[in-house]
Design a protein around this ligand. Structure first.
Ligand code: 13P
Length: 283
């Protein structure tokens, strides 16, 4: 079917108490793997790309790949800009065919984040495309942004004010997760998530989910998380599949051989996470 926006997908998840999996893709094989997993499990799905991925290949190219695969599928698929770092990149993604946009002004002071997010919301909503924003600082390093702050977590009252003033469609919250590979077991502030949920009406988003224990992810979904982001583990799964294929056949030189192995490994990983997010069977 044609690409859809993330608007209805996330509102359905919020209403029915599950989360949509949002998976970062880096190449054609990962696009195929994520949509094949969604199709097999009848799950709505979001595929997303960060700014560094969009420096590797343009938004129009990723949008075209996702659209071409999604058109052959029978489940709803959205293509989302992850951690959009400027209004200009958000516009590029929109023009390239993205159906969901994140603008991440979380490293800016509150008022500046509000003003920049409002600007992106205005032109995205004019095009019928929903916007995710972020308040508070998810730890670790995502692309070029490394977060270091004394008070990194999202403040519930500020989150309510932010959503009201910007009109965003979903909000990424900082409750103790970090992008990349965790050094120890992550400890999430679930009470804070519940407090945010009580005062914020839009769907909430969990970033930095690779490496978060499954029961903790499930607890977050119980407390109002409607979109769960996975990036690092997909990269690991893809590269692991490629490495294994090349180890088995070191003489191989056909990219299709090891690309297919990477694709299969990502599909398996994504199916596991879709079951965890309870979005399997929801399409
Ligand atoms: P991980 O790399 O920790 O899975 O985080 C993904 C993410 O939040 C993308 O925005």
């Amino acid at each position: 079917m044609p690409l859809v926006t993330s608007k209805e997908m996330l509102l359905n998840a919020q209403r029915d108490g599950y989360a949509v999996g949002a998976f970062n893709v880096e190449n054609m094989e990962m696009v195929q793997a994520v949509i094949a997993a969604a199709e097999e499990l009848r799950a709505p799905v979001m595929l997303q790309t960060t700014p560094s991925t969009l420096r590797y290949a343009a938004p129009a190219l990723f949008a075209a790949m996702v659209r071409a695969v999604a058109e052959k599928a029978t489940v709803p698929v959205a293509v989302h800009l992850d951690h959009g770092s400027s209004a200009a990149l958000a516009r590029d993604a929109l023009l390239g065919g993205y159906t969901s946009i994140m603008f991440d002004g979380s490293q800016k002071p509150f008022e500046e984040n509000v003003a920049l997010t409002c600007e992106v919301v205005e032109f995205c909503h004019a095009a019928g495309v929903p916007v995710e924003a972020e308040l508070g600082c998810v730890g670790g390093k995502e692309d070029d942004l490394e977060r270091k702050t004394d008070d990194p977590y999202t403040d519930p009252a500020q989150a309510a004010e932010f959503v009201k003033r910007t009109g965003v469609d979903s909000l990424a919250v900082a409750i103790g997760t970090a992008h990349g590979v965790y050094k120890g077991e992550p400890r999430l502030d679930i009470d804070r998530l519940c407090a945010i949920r009580k005062v914020v009406s839009v769907p909430l988003v969990l970033h930095g989910t690779s490496g978060v224990p499954e029961q903790v992810v499930s607890q977050c979904i119980d407390c109002g998380i409607c979109k769960v982001n996975y990036a690092t583990d997909l990269r690991i799964a893809y590269t692991g599949g490629v490495r294994a294929a090349l180890a088995e056949k070191p003489e191989a030189f056909d990219p299709k051989l090891y690309g297919a192995a990477g694709r299969e490994s990502v599909k398996k990983y994504v199916m596991g996470k879709m079951k965890l997010c309870r979005c399997a069977g929801k399409a």
